[in-house]
Design a protein around this ligand. Structure first.
Ligand code: NAD
Ligand code: ZN
Ligand code: ZN
Length: 390
């Protein structure tokens, strides 16, 4: 089959690779009809080389049609399904508590990391990803969401990651009454986060330097600002207090941290054996967005982090956070935890999340190399990319 593979920094290719097979009785193989490129893939594209091998198959946002199932799988061939990006068993201590991203059956103890993810480096199991014609899905009855309408793929596809991620970010913001939420970053995750918060009755101020991204947000009831003097503006808009919650939908590649930017460049040219411990222990994260979140939130407010961070040596303003009595919540999304809340909304004819206004670029698998570049550079108004391998 053909699949999008990692070849090196800023280098992906479409390669001929062996078809996945059923390896366990609980596996299924899904023929992929739609698969998206995520901001998380950009971290692999730019920075995570030390943890990926040339030829690894990328992708963790996928849906398709069940092609083949193992002996213990109830799901039937022909069923249309979405595949959540977490690989979870559904029965362990963590899964039973709705913490699928921490699944104890698929945790990666060698690296001290949580549940395995599709297409996401050795840190998360080095499992072949979904930007491919076929995908092997472990624990297939649990790690699939059946599609039960004729609505197009793009209504359902984002249940694989960014829609539950956005939902979890708003849940973790912990707002018990209508308030003001600042969302940092208007990539696909920030777009959906802003829309969900607005639909729940909050005033949403979103900050991103990219004009097309602000224009899209403004079409969905969001006040979108460019970022200069954002802190003063938020204070002025909230009686000098700050927002009730701030959501960081940017993560470790934020613009505006020169020291960490230099470290990113260095990691790109260092041998893996040297870069790996440096990435794990040193302060490689660019924290500009997180610092902004901490600054714009009011005393007693919550900072909810959905952007990915990866260094263990990061410096956080502990005095400020302690004195201002902030709550911090974060983590990889627990996709299945939120599906019952989200499915009725995805199916709703009124399209309450405006999913019909998110994808800006579409192509076949062969277009992946060009579309990775366009998405990373934010060229051509690119906000979300969907590939159709079929
Ligand atoms: P993206 O790269 O398209 O979006 C990031 C946006 O942040 C861009 O629009 C960029 O212009 C903006 N930005 C950069 N620096 C900024 C700053 N200092 N202030 C404000 N905005 C800034 O990516 P995406 O697909 O929207 O993903 C966003 C983040 O969420 C990524 O870190 C991704 O890895 C993470 N993510 C996490 C989960 C999870 O489970 N927690 C799931 C999906 C994505
Ligand atoms: Zn994703
Ligand atoms: Zn589990």
């Amino acid at each position: 089959m053909r699949a999008v593979t990692w070849q090196g920094r800023r280098d992906v290719a479409v390669s001929e690779v062996p078809d996945p097979r059923i390896l366990e009785p609980t596996d299924a193989v899904v023929r992929i009809t739609s698969t998206a490129i995520c901001g998380s893939d950009l971290h692999l594209y730019e920075l995570f080389g030390p943890f990926i091998d040339r030829g690894d198959i990328l992708g963790h946002e996928a849906m398709g049609v069940v092609e083949e199932v193992g002996a213990a799988v109830a799901l039937r061939p022909g069923q249309r399904v979405v595949v959540p990006f977490n690989i979870a068993c559904g029965t362990c201590f963590m899964c039973r508590r709705g913490l699928q991203s921490q699944c104890e059956t698929t945790q990666n103890r060698d690296y001290g990391t949580g549940a395995s993810l599709f297409g996401y480096t050795k840190l998360y199991g080095q499992v072949p990803g979904g930007q491919a014609e076929l995908l092997r899905v472990p624990f297939a009855d649990y790690n699939t969401i059946p599609v039960d309408t004729d609505l197009p793929d793009e209504r359902y596809l984002f249940l694989s990651d960014i829609l539950p991620t956005a939902w979890q970010a708003v849940e973790y913001a912990g707002l018990s009454e209508p308030g003001t939420v600042v969302v940092l970053g208007l990539g696909p995750v920030g777009q959906l986060t802003s829309r969900i918060a607005a639909a729940r009755g909050h005033r949403v101020i979103a900050i991103d330097p990219v004009p097309e991204r602000r224009e899209m947000a403004a079409r969905h009831g969001v006040e979108a600002w460019e970022g200069d003097d954002d802190i003063e503006r938020v204070l002025a808009a909230t009686d000098g207090r700050g927002a009730d919650a701030a959501i960081d939908a940017v993560g470790l590649e934020a613009h505006g941290s020169t020291l960490a930017s230099a470290a990113h460049k260095l990691i790109g040219v260092m041998p893996d054996a040297v870069a790996r411990p440096m990435m794990e222990r040193a302060g490689i994260d660019r924290l500009a967005a997180l610092y902004s979140a901490i600054d714009v939130v009011r005393r007693g407010g919550t900072v909810s982090i959905s952007g990915v961070y990866a260094g263990d040596g990061d410096i956080l303003p502990m005095k400020t956070m302690f004195d201002r009595q902030l709550t911090l919540r974060m983590g990889q999304c627990n996709v299945k935890r939120w599906i019952d809340d989200l499915l009725p909304l995805v199916r709703d004819e009124a399209d309450p999340f405006g999913l019909d206004d998110l994808v800006t670029h579409r192509g076949g698998l062969d277009d992946a190399p060009a579309l990775y570049e366009t998405f990373q550079k934010k060229d051509d108004g690119c906000i979300k990319v969907v590939l159709s391998p079929a």
